[in-house]
Design a protein. Sequence first.
Length: 125
Amino acid sequence: MAKNSFAAILYGVITTFVIVLTSSIVLSLLLRFTKIQESSLTWVILTLSFLALFIGGFVSGGKGKQKGWFVGGGTGVLFTLLIFLVQFLGYQTSFSIEQMSYHIGYIIIAVLGGVIGVNITGKRA
C-alpha cells in the first residue's frame, strides 16, 4: 500500500510539473511575441497553477485507487516542498506570507483533486 501511494504521488507531481512547465512556455512565448504585460497575466497564472495542482491530485488519486485525500495531499505537499527547496537553495529566499497562503491553497486543491480522482476512477461494481 505504501509503495502504491508513493508511486501515485510521484505520478501526480510529475503531471503537475508537466502542466506547469507547458503553461510557462506558452505564457513566456505570449509575453515575448505580443504586447501583453506580465501584470495582466497574474490571474491567468494563478488559475493555471491551481488547475495544475487539481489535475495532479486527480491523477494521483486515480493511480492510488484509495485514500485520495492522502495521495492528493502528498502531491500538494511534495510539490510545495520541491518549490521551496528550489527557491531556498537556488535563490536564498524563503516563502513569504503570500506564497505560503498560495501553497496552502495548492495543497487543499490537490487534496480535493485526489478525492475526486479516487471516486471517479475507482472500481465499478
